[in-house]
Design a protein around this ligand. Sequence first.
Ligand SMILES: [Ca+2]
Length: 350
Amino acid sequence: MLYKVVEFKRNKISGSYWKVAIAAAALLASASVRADYASHPAAPAFIDKLVAEHKFNADEVRAALAGAEKKQSILDAIARPAEKTKPWFEYRKIFLGADRVAQGVEFWNTHQATLARASKEMGVEEEVVVAIIGVETRYGRYMGSYRVLDALATLGFDYSPRAKFFSSELENFFLLAREQKQNIGDLKGSYAGAMGYGQFIPSSYRAYAVDFDGNGVSDIWNDPVDAIGSVANYFKRHGWKKGEPVFSRALIAKDYDQSVLNARVRPHLTLQEAAAMGFTPAEGRFNRDEKVVPLEYEGELGKEFWLGFSNFYTITRYNRSQMYALAVWQLSQEIRYAYEQQAAAATTSD
Ligand SMILES: [Ca+2]
């Protein structure tokens, strides 16, 4: 969930282009299939670690790695996540379309009882859980088509900027597959190894996934009930406070302190301190001692200023991008509004 799957509309392409594309794809496929991560220079240390620390059988780990394929498309994808290439006003359009709102209401209707139970037990509003699942996978429609083994081996062994992180996720993935009694080569996910409705990376899966329907397994790959409980649990465990503020639009003073904008994601200024730097909430009533972080976004008509509260920080534990956090929160508000409109319409037509 550090990087999310971004959907692209498929363009119509002409016949001749199509032939060229097929030829190119065949070439790429033949270039990417053979990697055999068991013979990678870093493989022996990885295998030793799994044997020494987790009592894996060396031959089994070696065999799994031998079946892992290096994917150039994964290395390409990780180099350009949407957060880094799009301004806010374009980024938000990806997630705040009418379809995603309508599908969110549909998902809420379908899983009403589960969402209500998660909200009550974990202390996270229904619309927030729905919005996360909507942003991550369009309510389970796009959970990723990469083999997680390929994704994490490619990034753990061949993506040096974050090799340590992804190697650790690969280790967690071996543990997860063993714990959940899954065939390691069968599990699918995003190019960064995030899985299921809520796109949990293996370490998050192991730490935060819950068995919310009580059937004995925590299955966020296939079971929306477990997925809802797990997303809510993730928020609970990262400090979400139900009913507390998330964002407020900010008014700025003429001489506002630019240096403090987007400086970090953890709220570090009291509202009083923020006001002294030129940022005050445009709406709502808050305690002066409430901690906030002043944020700036690139709107269609110019800069937008916001204050992020503690719950904003919790959303960034799911994905560090401040744009992601605002998109999730705005989508949640749109979904709640549409959900209530629909509920009210149903009541009056009875
Ligand atoms: Ca379950």
